[in-house]
Write a protein that binds this ligand. Sequence first.
Ligand code: NAP
Length: 517
Amino acid sequence: MIELKSYLHGEWVSPQTTALLVSPTTEEAIARVSADRPSLQTALDFGRKVGGPALRSLSFEQRGAMLKVLSKAIHTHREELIELSLTTGGTTRSDGKFDIDGASGTMAYYAALGTKMGATNSIVEPSEQLTQDPRFHGQHAWLPRHGVALHVNAFNFPAWGMGGKLAVALLAGVPVITKPATSTCPLAFRIAEILIATGVMPRGAFQFVAGSAGDLVDQLGPQDLLAFTGSADTAAKLRSAKSVVSRSTRVNIEADSLNSAVLAEGVSAGDDVYRTFLRDVVKEMTQKTGQKCTATRRIFVPRAMMEQVIEDLSAELSRIKVGNPANEEVRMGPLATKQQQTDFLAGLETLKASGAKVAFQHALSLVDVPAGKGFFVPPTLLRADDAGSANAVHTHEVFGPSATVCAYDSTDECIALVERGEGGLVCTIYGEDREVLRTLLLGIAPFHGRVLVVSAKVADKTIQPGLVLPSCVHGGPGRAGGGEELGGERGLRFYMQRTALQGDRALLDRFFEASKS
Ligand code: NAP
C-alpha cells in the first residue's frame, strides 16, 4: 500500500499518524495518508527565503524552459498516471486522460508563453506623461511578490488543478506549496514525485503537503498568496482566516457553479446546433461522473421544446454504461467518496423538494463491480416546468451526474433565470438566430467568467463547454468564487505586485528595457 509523504524543505517527510484511503470502485484500502495537523511554518520560511530568490533570479524564458521539462515529465509517465487515476480515483481512462493531459497541456502552454516573454522578469505597461514636463512620466510595472503561493486544490482534478496553478506561479517567479485534496491525493503525490525527480526546479520552488494544510493558511503573510479551489463552504472559512483579514494575504477563490446550457429560441430538433447541444449536455453531465466544476447543472429550453429535449437526452443517458472504470465498456465510474454519494442523493431530494421532478433516472446495472461495493450513483435528469419557483435548482450544487431541464417562455425570462445562479464559471448558448444570440450573450455574460456561443457555423468545430483552456480566463463572479485563473499572461498577475513608478522617463525606460522589447 502506498504511503503518501509530504515534500517539505527539500526532503520527503513521512506522516506521524495515518488514515486509510479506499478505492471508490471496490472500497479496498489503497493508501495511507497523514492524519496529522502539522505546523508548517518552516516550510513557508523555506519557500520564501530559498525558493523565492532562486526563482526571481531566472527570466521568464528560463522559467518557461523549466516548465517544458515538467510538462514532458508528466507526459512521459502518462500511461502510469492514467492507470493510477483509474485505480485510486475511480475515473475511466478517458476521464483520467482529461485530468492528466490538462496538467501537461497547461504546463506546455505556459512554457511557450515564457519563451515568448523572453529574457526579462517583469511586466511593464506603457508609460504616461504626468505633468507639463515631458520627462516626468508614470508607468505600471509588475514584479513577482516575495512570498509563497499556497495552492489548495479540490479532489476532482488532482493532476490538472495542481499542474495548472503550479505552471502560472512558477512562470511568475513565485515558489509554491501545493496541498491537494486528501481523498484523491495518490495521483497528486505521484505527480509530485515525478516533477521533483526532474531536478529542474530550484530548491524551495516546490513543496507538497499530503493531508491537512496544518497551520499554513493562518501563517500566511502580506507577500504570500492563497489560491483555493473547492467548495463555497471551505472558501468562506478561508476568506475569514486571520492572514486574509489582518495581513491582506491575496486570495483567489474558485468555488462551485450552477453552469448553464441554453437552447435559444428558433432551434429545431435535427439542426446541427441541436445535435451539438445534446452531445455536450450528455458529456458535461457524465464526464468525470459529473464531478467537474464546469459540469452543466441547468439546461434552459423553450417550453415548446421541453418534451423533445427530455426524450432525446434520456435516450442518450440510458446508453451510458456505468461500473468499474477498468472495464473498457464503461463510460462512467463512481463518485470519489462515500460522503459524496450520500451528498448527491440528498442533493436530488433537495431539488425535488423545491419543485423539480425526475424526468429520467439511469437503471444502474453496474458492470464489473463486486456486489454492494463502490460509490456509484445513477445519472439523473430532472425537469422544472415552473423554473422560477424551483429555487434550489438555482442555488444548490448537486456534485455528480445530474442536471435539471428548465422551461422558459421568452428570451428575457431565460436570461433572468440564468442570473438566478448568482454567478457561474461557464454558460453555453446554442442558437441559430443572430439577434437572439446577441440578446442572450449580452444579458448573460456579466454573470459568468466564460460564455461559449455555439452557432451553426461552429457547431461541428466547437470545444466542449467543460474544457478549461489556459489561454482563456477560468473563474467567475459571485457563487463561482469571484476569482480568475489562467487567461494566458493575465494569470501571472495574481502572483505579481503592480507598482506605479513615477520619475524620469529615460531612467525608468532604462530599468525596464528588456521588458519592453
Ligand atoms: P472542499 O471540501 O472545499 O476541499 C477543497 C480543498 O480544501 C481540499 O484540498 C481540502 O482538503 C481543503 N480544505 C478543507 N478545509 C480546509 C481548511 N480549513 N484549510 C485549508 N484547506 C482546507 O471541496 P472538494 O470537495 O474537494 O471539491 C468540490 C467542490 O469544488 C465543488 O463545489 C466544486 O464545484 C468545486 N470546484 C471548483 C472548481 C473551480 O475551478 N471553480 C474546480 C474544481 C472543483 P482535504 O481534502 O484534506 O479536506
